[in-house]
Design a protein around this ligand. Structure first.
Ligand code: WT7
Length: 630
């Protein structure tokens, strides 16, 4: 499975396209199966249905834990770095992690969770989060991790959409100097969640929390009552492994479903090849497990590879802007994977934060989540990689489960701001707005994928039609990514950003409709329109145009109130960076908001608004431009 040269890559790529079944069948041999599959692939992109390794039986935790706990029990699996650098870091060896996962899996069983049940996990970045995730997988429960920054309302929406039976959380969390109540937020969420019968609370901050008899139990108490012996449930390759909610162009987040077999194989294959992980390397991915990057490259890919995965509880700027570099120095990190937004923000703090740090252990740097601009790329390359660490700019999505287009570290020649070439098994294609293929090099188009890969989204939870229409109906027979893309003269791919109504704020996907729904819930708001605009650090910022019933008397105060509403409804990550009160929105005669114009104004490009004659009332544009300060 391991590619070691560009010739290997070309050979693997060719095989994967010419005979995908034998290619992936061979990769799959390197994993532990309880029963072999009958067919590697069955697929239909028109009436969407994909099955990988049909009939194969396995459990992903046997691949992540049992075999390594047996072969190298004392090797670190998880290295945990706490928020506060004065606290001790914790290392869980494969044997210890294995035992703790098995005993917590027994806690789940004891509390009534059975195969196929859905468990919501709302936790900070502590080892118990990884243990909870793997314990679900051990017994065939489907985990639905909700990012710790989401509001009670968002948790409730996700719990209700998938009818979760249990929630796993902590008393509290710490992020930098901030204390965050976790259980308290879960309690608020659960007022509207009748499906939840049990809540398991791990102690972390010992913030006082309410514990309801019969419903709430302490993690530490429960694990004392069970054994550390829990056989792995036999799972079908196509049984769901997890649900992860993500934003799209409509108001409601969708539950992206990944299944056991294909996801395991693709997350592991990409982990080893993209990062060129060698045994003994320390791998540090700075993402939160609440996002797909954490699922695939903190937990599953690294652990299935028997790697050492570093998990960091805190934030890059606490106690100061040198924290990442301190961690690299302290734990002798070899591979470092972060987001452009973090790089851009740390660039701004100056050289003194990395200058005195020993970063010589680094071999490979990674980037993910949003386009990396050339300035950030060079800063990362020169100052952190000291010009000797290849940068892998990895393009992928929640729906793809693993990295799709990326250099292989040290193997593929890199080019700043280019994700470069597709990985084996990935067949990208550029199309115009009518779905006609744009061939050749030196071209731009919308990015689609024309053939399935093992960790492609299987469905959106509870609504397969939605999965079909979102991904397979814009261009029938093709998976639509929602991204615009350039293929340059060398055939290298550069992702240019979303072409739908999704904003990428600091590498987080936020649907404009979702933010608008939240804004419209604020008292006195009649209507709103949200667009993205270029932001120096976040990549994109959120710009909201809002119509109020009455002109606010104290606009600054009203803006702050509106931000509180958004924080309550979605979470702080969805707060608009700019709010402009307007008396009307540019609409076509059929009532559609012309976001193109609003985007131009938000960008400050008011000279190029294009044709506005088709608007119902072209004078609103003039007013908005003036209101925006031009
Ligand atoms: C969207 C997916 C799975 C990664 C974490 C985000 C953008 C992601 C890159 C990159 C340019 C990128 C795309 C994509 N994106 N990686 N290397 N270069 N853009 O996952 O929340 O599902 O968002 O992030 O627009 O569609 P996500």
């Amino acid at each position: 499975m391991r590619i070691r040269s560009f010739e290997d890559y070309e050979k693997a790529y060719k095989e994967s396209v010419e005979d995908p079944e034998s290619f992936w069948g061979e990769v799959a041999q390197e994993f532990v199966w309880k029963k072999p599959w009958k067919k590697v692939l069955e697929w239909d992109f028109n009436n969407y249905d994909v099955k990988w390794f049909k009939g194969g039986k396995m459990n992903i935790t046997e691949n992540c834990l049992d075999r390594h706990a047996h072969n190298k029990p004392n090797q670190p699996a998880i290295i945990w770095e706490p928020n506060d650098p004065a606290e001790e870091s914790i290392t869980l060896t494969y044997k210890v992690l294995f035992d703790r996962v098995c005993s917590f899996a027994n806690v789940l069983k004891k509390n009534g969770v059975v195969k196929g049940d859905i468990v919501c996990i709302y936790m900070p970045m502590i080892p118990e989060l990884t243990i909870a995730v793997l314990a679900c997988a051990r017994i065939g429960a489907i985990h639905s991790v909700v990012f710790g920054g989401f509001s009670a309302q968002s948790i409730a929406d996700r719990i209700n959409d998938s009818q979760c039976k249990m929630v796993i959380t902590t008393d509290g969390a710490v992020r930098g100097a901030k204390h965050v109540p976790m259980k308290d937020t879960v309690d608020d969420a659960l007022i509207g969640c009748p499906s939840v019968k049990k809540v398991i609370v791990a102690t972390h901050t010992r913030t006082p929390v309410s514990m309801i008899k019969g419903r709430d139990a302490w993690w530490e108490h429960e694990v004392k009552l069970v054994s550390a012996d829990c056989p792995a449930e036999e799972m079908d390759s196509e049984d769901p492994l997890f649900i992860l909610y993500t934003s799209g162009s409509t108001g409601k987040p969708k539950g992206v479903v990944h299944t056991c077999g294909g996801y395991m194989i693709y997350s592991t294959y990409t982990f080893q090849n993209v990062f060129q992980y060698d045994p003994g390397d320390v791998f540090f991915c700075t993402a939160d497990v609440g996002w797909i990057t954490g699922h695939s490259y903190i937990i599953y890919g690294p652990l299935a590879s028997g790697a050492q995965s570093l998990m960091f509880e805190g934030v890059p700027t606490y106690p100061d802007a040198g924290r990442f570099w301190d961690i690299i120095d302290k734990h002798k990190v070899n591979i470092f994977y972060t987001a452009p937004t973090a790089i851009r923000s740390l660039m701004g703090f100056g050289d003194e934060y990395f200058k005195e740090k020993d970063l010589s252990s680094l071999k490979v740097l990674g980037s993910v989540g949003e386009p990396i601009n050339e300035e950030a790329w060079h800063w990362y390359n020169d100052n952190i990689g000291k010009g000797k660490c290849p940068i892998v700019d990895t393009w992928w999505q929640t729906e793809t489960g693993g990295i799709m287009i990326s250099p292989l570290a040290g193997i593929t020649k890199t080019k700043p701001s280019f994700a470069t070439l597709p990985l084996p098994g990935i067949q990208p294609m550029l199309v115009d707005e009518h779905g006609v293929e744009i061939e050749g090099n030196g071209v731009n188009g919308n990015l689609v994928i024309k053939f399935p890969w093992p960790s492609i989204i299987r469905t959106t939870w509870g609504d397969h039609e939605r999965c079909k229409t979102t991904y397979f109906s814009t261009y029938p027979g093709l998976y639509f990514t929602g991204d615009g893309c350039q293929r340059d003269e060398d055939g290298y791919y550069k992702i240019t950003g979303r072409v739908d109504d999704v904003i990428n704020v600091s590498g987080h996907r936020i649907g404009t409709a979702e933010v608008e729904n939240a804004l419209n819930m604020h008292t006195g708001v009649v209507e709103s329109a949200v667009v993205g605009y270029p932001h120096d650090i976040k990549g994109q910022g959120i710009y909201a145009y809002i119509i109020c019933e009455e002109t606010p008397e104290d606009p600054e105060m009203t803006k702050r109130d509106i931000l509180m509403t958004v924080t309550r409804v979605i979470g702080p990550i969805a707060k608009p960076d700019k709010i402009l009160f307007v008396s009307g929105l540019p609409k076509t005669r059929s009532g559609k908001i012309m976001r193109r114009i609003l985007r131009k104004i938000a960008e400050g490009d008011v000279k190029n608004l294009g044709d506005i004659s088709t608007l119902l009332d072209p004078t609103v544009v003039e007013e908005i431009v003036k209101g925006a300060g031009y």
